[in-house]
Design a protein around this ligand. Structure first.
Ligand code: TYD
Length: 133
């Protein structure tokens, strides 16, 4: 099966003043955005994520600093560097993710659903059982 994620590189609208990236629902973002959250001031050396989602679709973008996103959908594994604000990862099926953030990094997540604890697979065991279904 193909990977549960896709790397995206957005068009940079640059001029002499700097760079701009524009994201619109159902264009650069492949879903209707229902929620935006961001992670920052992450404690040094602490890995974020360590879970998967059942149904949630997300786009991850690192706006400042850099993040390494380790992804595993049960069949495919990949570690992706988000080191520029025009790079993104679209996750559209359950994928276990672990995220290492550089000091000062800001990771923004765009999601197609509101927060729901029910949608989380919080342990590796839950994740592995879920993807077998
Ligand atoms: P969690 O998703 O576990 O964070 P991470 O993926 O960085 O490890 O969420 C951390 C806490 O924040 C948890 O108690 C749930 C809460 N939370 C919300 O209330 N709303 C949200 O949209 C998110 C993503 C988390």
């Amino acid at each position: 099966m193909s990977k549960a994620w896709k790397r995206l590189e957005y068009n940079i609208i640059g001029d002499q003043r700097g760079s701009l990236v524009a994201l619109e629902t159902c264009k650069e973002i492949p879903f209707d955005i229902k929620r935006v959250y961001y992670i920052y001031e992450n404690q040094k050396g602490l890995t974020r994520g360590m879970h998967a989602h059942k149904k949630l679709q997300q786009v991850l973008i690192c706006l400042s600093g850099h993040c390494t996103v380790h992804l595993d959908d049960g069949e495919n594994k990949e570690s992706i560097e988000l080191d520029f604000p025009h790079k993104a990862i679209y996750i559209n099926r359950p994928a276990w993710r672990e995220i290492d953030m550089s000091p000062g990094a800001v990771l923004v997540c765009l999601a197609n659903e509101s927060y729901s604890e029910e949608d989380y697979l919080r342990t590796r065991e839950e994740f592995e059982n879920y993807i077998k279904i």
